[in-house]
Design a binder for this molecule. Structure first.
Ligand code: GLA
Ligand code: ZN
Length: 667
């Protein structure tokens, strides 16, 4: 199904004309250059609050009027931002409560950005006010096509207002019952029972920080606070501009907010993509980036997303800011589109002259003209994107899903025990995502509360914590014919990190998997076990469960230590489906091999019959097929039939060579 707010791929990015208010000739030059660069959109106003409201209640929208008109006259579509990501100095000076309080209890002074209190009624009111004025003023402006809310929501605040809000949140979560809270947090441990709500504070280094259930509750509260702050921001926009879609830009695998919950509030998901290309492992970087694209697409229910930011050249915040080689950014942008992005947007259009980000890549450099490598690459890409309008709105239809659940990532991080060296939960998910991507199979990346039933195969690595209802959902998915895979230390605790009694996997999942786990071993760095599967030996690293089969078929066994010859890989038929347990952490080789069996068992079919050479990923979106070479040398693809090369308009068949950073789009 196709549904989109636009009928072409958006090509543009962050545009900060307010920095050039004294040189309006530069604004005109920007328009000329945008046309040359095949840029069709600009995101404006992200950090304009001090310009829009230089003093409390004194407004200056004229510059924005001029810019929006200029952009419109030049055929550009505008994504208009709300400015809460950075507030004017006067606001903090007059209302110190808007300043964030650190975990230490110290209130920040004014500075940098993204650092407001999430609860402060004053800040919420000020934000609503400026947003209302923006909406009223531009509701009928023909250039304005989307709202960009704030910027990269992140962090947390520990002020008294937030502490009180936390307690109120807990009252709702635990049905106003301290008994329930004490039970769920297992507060009898170390005599931590609370007898009054006022005794509860946020987790602190010099305070309560050993109660994992409480840390989970705090993280959920902070996440909900961001969402409620967002809802406060958009209230006037929904009222005044109900037809203008709303997004906010997320950050990669940032885990301070439950993005999977937040995404449900957006009309369109967007994220800021800054891979560390050309720094040593482009294949892994490409895989990690693909995973994140797929995660954001899946958060929007498979609908297209926006790549709201990316750099057209380097960034300024790595320790060492390597220039991406020619063609790299174009390939990186095409990768986004292949995975479901309906936009390629940059931070930033024009380099700032001063300030913290003056050496961050931009389409227009300090030299000010179009005769640069970067500008030419951007404009070439713009031409290509103009030929891809047919994929806009095209949704994905994956047969395979990997569960990478934001809340589970918190639970994995907070519990104490086993091996502290294996908490890189998302990367463990990527390990199981990679073999499918490598084989040209589209994968969704979902939360544990997303619908499993539309997939033939669901892989949930390290599914340590189970949200309410997950046990029943796994059970019914498998019973109804699904294939479900999980790995070590899975299905141990409920949402409050309380262990299921009776051992793990929890409750009836023991029947679904046909096993129970008795113990878990942890292997220090350099120490390995191995598991034999299909006559071959695979490394077992960091952590492994010791299992008993209660009916499951044992497909693999450990080869060393006192648990030699006990089950390491099991498969169980349950109802019409199958459940697999991989009891150990592998180094990728096992996942790669076992994926072949999973694909065959579950009847997963490849998305195309094109053969891809080393380092090439093939991805189908709608009727278009994207073949992209992420290898550090030339590679190739072998076509199964004749295709149209969409960029060149030629018919192609047989083998096609792809140079470094080369790609081809076929139909
Ligand atoms: C983030 C921000 C931008 C800018 C870029 C720099 O994504 O949203 O304002 O700071 O980083 O890479
Ligand atoms: Zn606060």
């Amino acid at each position: 199904m196709k549904k989109s707010f636009f009928n072409h791929i958006i090509h543009g990015g962050d545009y900060n004309p307010d920095q050039w208010i004294d040189t309006p000739e530069i604004w005109d030059e920007d328009m000329r250059l945008m046309n040359l660069a095949h840029v069709n959109s600009a995101t404006v106003g992200i950090f304009s609050w001090a310009m829009l409201e230089p003093e409390e209640g004194v407004y200056n929208f004229e510059f924005l009027d001029t810019i929006l008109d200029k952009l419109h006259q030049n055929g550009k579509e505008v994504i208009l931002a709300t400015p809460s990501g950075a507030r004017p100095v006067w606001l903090s000076q007059k209302y110190p409560e808007v300043l964030r309080v650190e975990e230490t209890g110290v209130r920040n002074e004014y500075g940098v950005r993204h650092n407001h209190c999430l609860t402060s009624p004053v800040y919420r009111e000020k934000v609503r006010n400026i947003n209302r004025l923006l909406a009223q003023r531009y509701k009928n402006h023909p250039a304005v096509k989307m709202w960009h809310i704030s910027n990269e929501y992140c962090g947390e605040c520990h002020c008294d207002l937030c502490q009180e809000a936390f307690r109120n949140w807990l009252k709702v979560e635990y049905h106003n019952s301290l008994d329930e809270l004490n039970f769920k947090w297992w507060n009898g441990f170390w005599s931590h029972q609370v007898t009054d709500w006022s005794q509860i504070n946020s987790p602190k280094f010099r305070g309560e920080n050993h109660v994992s259930a409480m840390k989970l509750a705090w993280r959920r509260f902070v996440s909900d606070s961001h969402i409620s702050f967002f809802e406060n921001e958009i209230a006037p926009l929904r009222e005044i501009t109900p037809d203008i879609p709303i997004t906010t830009n997320f950050m990669k695998l940032y885990d301070g907010i439950d993005y999977q919950a937040f995404a449900k509030k957006l009309d369109l998901v967007s994220w800021d993509n800054y891979p560390a290309w050309d720094k040593g492992n482009n294949l892994q970087e490409a895989c990690d980036t693909a995973f994140v694209h797929d995660a954001f697409r899946s958060m929007g229910g498979g609908k297209p997303f926006f790549m709201m930011e990316s750099t057209p050249s380097l960034v300024n915040w790595h320790n060492v800011n390597k220039l991406p080689r020619p063609g790299r950014q174009e390939l990186s942008s095409i990768q986004a589109v292949a995975h479901g992005a309906d936009s390629v947007q940059y931070f930033q259009w024009r380099k700032s002259r001063g300030g913290h980000e003056k050496y961050h890549g931009a389409v227009v450099d300090h030299c000010g003209h179009e005769n640069t490598r970067v500008f030419k690459e951007v404009s070439h890409l713009g031409e290509v994107l103009e030929k891809l309008s047919e994929v806009v709105g095209e949704e994905s239809n994956s047969q395979v899903a990997v569960v990478a659940d934001w809340q589970n990532s918190w639970a994995v991080k907070y519990f104490c025990g086993y091996n502290n060296d294996h908490r890189d939960y998302f990367y463990e998910c990527i390990k199981w995502y990679k073999p499918f991507r490598d084989k040209g199979i589209s994968v969704d990346v979902i939360a544990m509360d997303d619908d499993f039933s539309k997939y033939k195969l669901v892989i949930a690595p390290f599914l340590y914590m189970l949200k309410d209802g997950t046990i029943e959902r796994i059970e019914s998915y498998v019973k109804n014919g699904g294939s479900f895979v999980t790995t070590y230390l899975s299905c141990l605790v409920d949402k409050d990190d309380l262990c299921y009694l009776g051992g793990f996997p929890a409750n009836e999942l023991k029947d679904v998997f046909g096993i129970w786990c008795e113990e878990t071993d942890s292997l220090p760095e350099g120490m390995k076990n191995s598991a034999v599967y299909n006559g071959k030996s695979y490394d077992v690293v960091k952590v492994c469960d010791l299992l008993h089969s209660n009916g499951a078929t044992v497909l693999g066994e450990y080869e060393k230590d006192f648990y030699k010859s006990t089950p390491a890989v099991t498969e169980n038929s349950y109802g019409n489906g199958k459940a697999y347990y991989i009891a150990f952490r592998n180094d990728g080789n096992f996942a790669d091999e076992f994926a072949k069996k999973l694909i065959a068992d579950a009847g997963v079919t490849p998305d195309t019959a094109i053969e891809a050479g080393e380092g090439v990923t093939v991805r189908k979106r709608g009727e278009l097929i994207f073949a992209m070479n992420f290898a550090d040398g030339e590679s190739e693809i072998n076509l199964d039939k004749e295709y149209l090369n969409v960029a060149s308009g030629e018919t192609v068949s047989g083998k096609i060579k792809l140079p470094v950073c080369g790609y081809v789009i076929l139909k």
